[in-house]
Design a protein around this ligand. Sequence first.
Ligand code: SAH
Ligand code: SF4
Length: 339
Amino acid sequence: MESIFNLKYDDLVDYFLSIGEKKFKADQVFRWIYEKRVYDFSQMSNISKELQEKLKEHFDISMLTLRTKQESKDTNKYLFELADGNTIEAVLMKHDYGNSVCVSSQVGCNMGCSFCESGRLKKVRDLEASEIVRQILMIDDESDTRVSSVVVMGIGEPFDNYNNVMNFIRIINDDRGIKIGARHITVSTSGLVPMIDKYGDENIQTNLAISLHAPNNELRSKLMKVNKAYPIEQVIDAIKRYIDKTNRRVTIEYLLLDKVNDTTECAIELSELLRGLNVYVNLIPYNETSHIEYKKSNNERVMNFYDVLKKHGINVTVRRRFGSEIDAACGQLRAKEVN
Ligand code: SAH
Ligand code: SF4
């Protein structure tokens, strides 16, 4: 049975029209689910009993199962179980300006980046839009303040599951639903060039983040095998096209790995690569994992890298370390459970 959480508002309208019902039923059901958070067709009091029965026969309205939750001061980490028994994770980060949630887009990931737990475990399958939407609902329902921003930076490569991720975005962005503003939604990709182009054509004010992690092909190919398919100059060209089309600033993610990609030379090379582009660099302290050899750069090396970029006129920030004590980086909690 199809999950009701797979349907965009327009899909729900089409469904009601197809069974000879009025269009406004879509509005009612959408609001029951996403505004009132009622996950039971029998409780939708302005829907006739007969129509409730039809909906029950046609749609699954069940939630995900919460397997474990790890809590720290500013971060909650959730491991959810899907209907087929697979597990995925999502992270809630509490900032002074609101809550942001990091969602997974696939079970595992096929990109195989050498530093990443999700890549080490390979892709089992794509997530449906409904499974991404429900990560938000589950977390939003159980935390005291509403989710105000969303990043697609959990397990998986979102652009390897493009359509479902875009449907997810349309659903959470809808004014009749969860209403997360497009400017508060960010998709992070390892650099699938054709999909960056497609994303630029979506006509929506969401954000794009690119996981670059190295300033040249030699080093990037060692860290990210996707670089062999889409080398760095192609990624940079795609970023330029994206900025030309959307007029939006792009985030460059750069993970700092001790003595691998955190040298002064790398910082200079990165500055040259990015010169003149409307981007800002987010330096990410590496979360070490027991399965992978890389170490995180110490503070001094992080600050040196930061200073060199600054000196070369690049906009740069160092990402706050969220929940490092609770395995909050990409795929770490799932990796622990799966092994
Ligand atoms: N596949 C997409 C989105 C998910 S990964 C992408 O690669 O962009 C989200 C971010 O987490 C990426 O920038 C990735 O490089 C980073 N990441 C992976 N493992 C990490 C770790 N152990 N510590 C810190 N960041 C990590
Ligand atoms: Fe996949 Fe992103 Fe991890 Fe690379 S960093 S393996 S693309 S999830």
